[in-house]
Write a new protein. Structure first.
Length: 288
């Protein structure tokens, strides 16, 4: 099942996405599950049963998509979590060995936009960059969960663009500023539930203006989905709707030769075959 969050007739809702349109689940289940995050925490099985014999009642043209989870409790983003990115970055970053434990930074919710919306390049940022990734959405609350049990807590997956302001990222030994520019990242257009795909066969492709820039198979990850979940759960609760951005492969603009950064008018696509393609244009910062 594929699930999206959106605005329909000036009302926030969510629904199941099919080739012909959407079954609006928020209309019939919103009194008990007011948003997709809450549905993941308790109503996913009921929703799957409901849509089996229902026809689509909403076209995609009728809605304005939102980030898959518009209101995640936490967005955890894994840094340096692919073998290919480690190889391309190790000399530039002075690294001598592959990370032994996962490394994370957090992203604020106002840094994310939906598919179809524009990413915003900060006014003073000369090196605005893309990082295509696969986002994991948590479905069950957990703490101190084992690697073996961790997959049971996955609700699903979605395309993600960890848009990065490289000047701000490298101007400090903390990456937080460069990873939290307003409206700099994309998340969507929808998620696929874990039971509808083979998570061990996922891949991701990033294109800029139709030119392929990144291509990752899931075995490029240094730490698996399960290991990322287990590690975070050692220090904090993971809640339904929390997002884990799992790692980007080689090919980001900052480490290409020559370097290639995003500019206003560019079009970035992050495709996870079998799930969806996230599409965002780029604009300069809007000055109020």
């Amino acid at each position: 099942m594929k699930l999206a969050s959106y605005i329909k007739a000036e009302r926030a809702s969510y629904g199941a996405v099919f080739d012909g349109g959407i079954v609006d689940l928020g209309f019939v289940m919103g009194d008990r599950y007011p948003d997709l995050k809450s549905l993941l925490g308790g109503g996913l099985e009921e929703a799957a049963v409901y849509v089996k014999d229902k026809s689509v009642d909403t076209s995609l043209d009728e809605v304005r998509l939102l980030p898959v989870i518009p209101n995640p409790g936490v967005v955890w983003a894994a840094g340096m979590n692919t073998h290919s990115h480690y190889v391309e970055a190790k000399d530039a970053m002075g690294l001598s060995e592959v990370p032994k434990v996962p490394m994370f930074f957090l992203r604020a919710t106002n840094t994310l936009v939906a598919s179809g919306e524009a990413l915003e390049k900060p006014l003073k940022e000369p090196g605005f960059d893309y990082e295509g990734e696969i986002a994991l959405i948590v479905g069950k609350r957990c703490r101190n969960v084992s690697v073996e049990q961790a997959p049971d807590h996955i609700a699903g997956f979605a395309p993600f663009n960890d848009g990065s302001a490289r000047f701000y990222q490298v101007s400090s030994n903390q990456v937080t500023t460069g990873k939290n520019a307003y409206r700099s990242g994309g998340f969507g257009p929808w998620m696929a539930t874990a039971d509808s795909i083979d998570m061990h066969a996922l891949e991701m492709i990033t294109r800029v203006n139709d030119e392929p820039r990144q291509h990752m198979h899931i075995d490029d990850l240094i730490f698996s989905f399960a290991q990322l979940i287990s590690h975070i759960s050692e220090v904090n609760w993971l809640e339904p709707g929390d997002v884990i951005v799992t790692g980007s492969p080689e090919g980001a603009g900052a480490l290409r030769q020559p370097r290639v950064f995003l500019a206003a008018g560019d079009r970035v696509e992050v495709e996870v075959p079998g799930i969806a393609t996230l599409v965002n244009t780029v604009r300069d910062q809007v000055i109020d």
